[in-house]
Ligand binder design. Structure first.
Ligand SMILES: NC(=O)C1=CN([C@@H]2O[C@H](COP(=O)(O)OP(=O)(O)OC[C@H]3O[C@@H](n4cnc5c(N)ncnc54)[C@H](O)[C@@H]3O)[C@@H](O)[C@H]2O)C=CC1
Ligand SMILES: CC/C=C\CC(=O)/C=C/C=C\C=C\C=C\[C@@H](O)[C@@H](O)C/C=C\CCC(=O)O
Length: 251
């Protein structure tokens, strides 16, 4: 399932993207890691390269820049000859610069999804594959201290579900899944920057309510989404209590 498969993971210099890339590499996949943060990307690349040799390549990329993202896909295909998995993981929380928040989280995911379909659809020369989009519990619930972030993550769910129901996509072997974790122990939830939240105190109360998961908590759900080839269109919440498929809301 993993051995010999080829993946692109955005925002993979640190946090969940780095963990996901490590999981794929450990299981024998080939991975193009990419991130806007060049210095952190270089460090992660060196770490992975020493363990996984030619199975890892890296390409600096800001997901808000279509040309840079196209280069990630081009380089991956040129190097490994195929593409099987795209993890649209790059994300930020920034309510002051809400435009950037939408551009990275939602538009970046749209760009990565369109490229993923272009490279993996059977009618376009691909072999089919999986597009795994990172949403959040903030894509399911309203979040009063991060309205723009919540909007971006609601958008990711709507976008992913919509393509997963398109016959041209389904019939050409591409499936799409959304992961929606609650708080995970990464830099994203650090209270280190007052542009992140509109009300750090509100954020702290909700974090206390949900608790903080280790990145290890997300790994089995990530692995299962890849292994379960029947899984298309799922939106999966992940909390300390476990993982659940969120049913489609009916009007
Ligand atoms: N940590 C958490 O509590 C949760 C995180 N998520 C989502 O998981 C994903 C990963 O987040 P974390 O690992 O927690 O955060 P993180 O802050 O540790 O890592 C995010 C990575 O994305 C990169 N990045 C930011 N802007 C970028 C851009 N324009 N282009 C390319 N890369 C960019 C950063 O440089 C960083 O390496 C995000 O989409 C986030 O919204 C979802 C639910 C909970
Ligand atoms: C939010 C930005 C910060 C970090 C990244 C991230 O995506 C984390 C999200 C984690 C959880 C967010 C949940 C928010 C929920 C609340 O705003 C409430 O409205 C939840 C209300 C009811 C929950 C029902 C229940 O208690 O089970």
């Amino acid at each position: 399932m993993f051995s010999g498969r080829v993946a692109v993971v955005t925002g993979s210099a640190q946090g969940l993207g780095k963990v996901f890339s490590g999981v794929l590499l450990e299981r024998g996949s080939k991975v193009c890691i990419s991130d806007v943060n060049q210095s952190e990307l270089e460090k992660t690349y060196k770490e992975f390269k020493s363990k996984y040799a030619e199975n890892v390549i890296s390409q600096q990329c800001d997901v808000t820049d279509s040309e840079q993202l196209k280069e990630v896909f081009r380089k991956t295909k040129d190097t490994y000859g195929q593409l099987d998995l795209v993890v649209n993981n790059a994300g930020i929380v920034n309510e002051k610069n809400w435009q950037q928040c939408i551009d990275v989280n939602l538009n970046g995911t749209i760009r990565g999804t369109m490229l993923g379909m272009e490279y993996m659809r059977k009618d376009k020369g691909g072999k089919g594959g999986l597009i795994l989009n990172m949403s959040s519990l903030a894509g399911i619930f309203p979040v009063n201290y991060t309205p723009a972030y919540a909007a971006s993550k609601h958008g990711v769910i709507g976008y992913t579900r919509s393509w997963s129901m398109h016959p041209d996509v389904v019939n050409n072997g591409v499936r799409l899944v959304c992961l929606c974790p609650a708080f995970v122990d990464t830099d994203m939830i650090k209270m280190d920057d007052d542009s992140k939240f509109v009300g750090t105190d509100l954020a702290q109360q909700v974090i206390e309510k949900f608790g903080i998961m280790s990145t290890d908590h997300i790994i089995p759900v990530f692995v299962n989404a890849i292994e379960d080839e029947e899984n298309n269109g799922s939106v999966i919440s992940i909390t300390l209590k476990g993982a659940n498929k969120i049913p489609l809301p009916m009007p």
